[in-house]
Design a protein around this ligand. Structure first.
Ligand SMILES: Cc1cc2nc3c(=O)[nH]c(=O)nc-3n(C[C@H](O)[C@H](O)[C@H](O)COP(=O)(O)O)c2cc1C
Length: 239
């Protein structure tokens, strides 16, 4: 199995998204999978111009030349697309959305009924057949992920792909103040990566275990008080 993993966090390798993604990728590698990883933050990728040259003139090829040229070949040869994105304003980051918009160049202008009986495009080249979401949110409730999960599943369907799961760890504000609480979860995610490499899927019981909030809201608020104190000081020093 070949895997492409994208980190859409604006903080790149300094963020919680990367901690989660990195653990998954370690497990995938342990299981013998070839992984190609991209930090979108470090790349120069423009938004889709909707020129539709890809659909009407050069099938499958985007008219823009930028760092998507590194991502396209890897997408085309991979079996699994791991979308690593934090929740930003209740959805994926703009960095990740920009990349997925640019992937419409794999779509034809021809319309078909998909397996769910919805009108969708046919494809000049195929995205990885499996999609997996890895995400974190600042707030502690699992509800924070609902719009993102819906968008992620819809995108998988639009690209004719199967969503094989979502790994969503809420409460990053507190987890950054108490990183030791995140450690056991990172071990579980690594285990999931290895399972995915060896069995092609993550068992639903493991997905459930990973997606259990680490902190109660009360504990989250207690830990976040340290963050609030730090933020207050930072504001005072800035004035
Ligand atoms: C622009 C922006 C929008 C955000 N919107 C939300 C949000 O809607 N819900 C939420 O729970 N957290 C939100 N957050 C918090 C991030 O999800 C959280 O800080 C996360 O850890 C960021 O990922 P990172 O650690 O990889 O940088 C937002 C953060 C930023 C910078």
């Amino acid at each position: 199995m070949k895997v492409i993993a994208l980190n859409g966090s604006a903080r790149g390798k300094k963020g919680v998204t990367w901690k989660l993604l990195d653990s998954l990728l370690k497990g995938l590698s342990e299981g013998g999978t070839t992984v190609r990883e991209f930090q979108i933050k470090e790349m120069n990728i423009s938004t889709c111009r909707a020129c539709l040259t890809c659909m009407h003139k050069t099938p499958g090829q985007c008219a823009q030349r930028d760092d998507m040229d590194q991502i396209y070949p890897s997408l085309r040869e991979s079996d699994l697309f791991v979308m690593g994105t934090p929740v930003y304003t209740d959805n994926m980051s703009a960095q990740m959305k920009t990349v997925t918009d640019r992937c419409i160049c794999g779509m034809d202008p021809f319309l078909r009924l998909d397996p769910a009986n919805r009108v969708r495009h046919s494809f000049s080249w195929a995205m990885p057949s499996k999609f997996l979401l890895v995400s974190t949110s600042g707030f502690p409730e699992m509800e924070s992920f609902q719009p993102l999960i819906m968008t992620f599943r819809a995108q998988a369907a639009n690209f004719g792909c199967e969503s094989i799961g979502e790994i969503c760890i809420p409460g990053s504000i507190a987890l950054q103040m108490a990183p030791q609480l995140l450690e056991p979860r990172l071990d579980l995610i690594q285990r999931a990566g290895k399972m995915l490499a060896l069995q092609g899927k993550i068992e639903s019981t493991l997905l459930e275990e990973m997606n259990r909030p680490i902190l109660t809201v009360e504990k989250y608020l207690e830990i976040s008080a340290k963050y609030e104190a730090w933020a207050k000081k930072s504001r005072e020093q800035a004035t």
